[in-house]
Write a protein that binds this ligand. Sequence first.
Ligand code: SAM
Length: 473
Amino acid sequence: MRIDVVTIFPDYLKVLDLSLVGRAADRGTLDLHVHDLRDHAHDRHRTVDDTPLGGGAGMVMKPDVWGEALDDVLAVDAPAERRQVLIIPTPSGEVFTQRTAEDLAGADSLVLACGRYEGIDTRVPEHYASRGIEVRELSIGDYVLNGGEAAAVVMIEAIARLLPGVLGNPESLVEESHGAAGLLEYPVYTRPTRWRDLEVDPVLLSGDHARIARTRRDQAIARTVSRRPDMIANLDAAHLDREDRAMLATMGWAVPVGAGRPVPVRIRAATDSDAEALADLAARTFPDACEHVIAPEFIAKHVTTNLVPGLFRTWAADDRVDLVVAELLAPLPSSQASSGTEPIGASAGPDLVGYAAVLREEPDAAGELPRGIDPRPACVQSRHGQVVGELSKVYIDSSMRGSGLTPALMSTVMQQAAGHGVNLFWLGTHVTNKRAQKAYKRAGFRQAGTRTYNVGGQDAHDVVMIRRTGEGL
Ligand code: SAM
């Protein structure tokens, strides 16, 4: 690639002789030429600027001087298949990103025109564009420098390292920040493994490449969520696997069904004022768990007698119940709204799209267990000192299936319950509901037996699953 830089400070570009770019120039991968703009100023003082027409502060660089300089370096009659780009660094340009660098790395030659003072007369880019030259006015960020030289150095370095043969190990380009993954890079470490009392994650020393890759991917997601939420909002959902989605959901971003990008959600403890929205959500999600095996009238009866606002109000007030909800923080595009009678967000309440509850098996002063707790099946036996909790509910709106919210809700509610002493969790789920059983297995549950469960007057056959704390919580 040939690069020409026109500037009033040619020495400024000498930094490019150092390091990788300098070596690329030595090897011939890069053919770098720096030109002094003043060679094209013909008065005694070699003047390159004049006062702004219309008045105002500062000086503007003269179009006639720039015209002569650029006519000299631009190959105006270059064959069409050679791509030549005139780059004018300016804070008012489009922002130069890794995508821009990748695009420009495909050009045959670049000419960079470094402005000073208030910049270059605007007719200069207009003129060359009208002559069929590809002109790019580019900014390296939302701040103002004194001149275009530093911006030119930044752009040349970013572009040159993408040229074949410039980086010793081209693998280093693959997982970098702003690469194809759309994430920032994971944190990096080297020896010594312990430095000033700081240790590295032992996974990195395990030699288990799959685990290392997963850990790094999770760290990259976590770092991007906290530092660059704008990048998370632009992630392409097609490139997110199940574990990515679960990680994102625990950090407040979920990918709705059919959506191309994650949307912000919050997983939080439920309060009294969620009761109505929770009853709505429960009514539209309960049938998902058993609609193929239980007649609709039994389901309807179960919903209207059990899953009522009063239940959720009681739970929110009962410290033996850990009840968490997932709330959408921005309305879904209408195509992804739930199939319920009311679109999400139509009511004044919170936009709840998932909930999970753990009921601790502990009598209150009156000897009563929490409302709605199921009798513990015989196959769930607690040893002395164990505190048993029923993972009573994990329900997700159909618009959020596969979004990562299910594992995120489960781990949040179980961690909360574990904090309140529960160390043996159990749950019942319909024998035919394989999707739920798989999700519970991924969350560390294993089958302990079966039970018969009454739904609105009809018996349902459930698989009973258990998990103890210490088993991965
Ligand atoms: N008056 C201009 C404006 O407000 O947009 C600023 C001119 S600046 C002081 C002088 C020169 O520095 C510009 O012509 C450009 O070459 C360079 N420059 C300053 N900030 C830059 C940035 N963020 N990106 C690229 N070039 C920049």
